[in-house]
Design a protein. Structure first.
Length: 79
């Protein structure tokens, strides 16, 4: 394929890909959030805060993947 043909290829998103991608990022978010409740990270907020921010970011990516929010807007089916 030439470069022009590759740029015209439309990427289609299947429903199972949405479920798996959303579930994976939800699991990562829940895992990080619950593990920051452990005694290891209770010392200071500086240890807990970055992991909690990553958990919140993962939850947003999960919801964005499922509902086609940015940055996954280009995968939404055309109406």
């Amino acid at each position: 394929m030439s470069e022009e043909e590759k740029s015209n290829v439309v990427i289609q998103d299947c429903q199972s890909c949405r479920y798996i991608g959303s579930g994976l990022f939800s699991f990562i978010a829940a895992y990080l959030w619950l593990n920051t409740r452990n005694n290891i990270y209770n010392d200071t907020i500086y240890k807990k805060l970055p992991l909690r921010l990553i958990a919140v970011g993962s939850m947003y990516i999960s919801l964005a993947r499922f509902f086609y929010f940015p940055p996954f807007k280009h995968l939404a089916p055309k109406k």
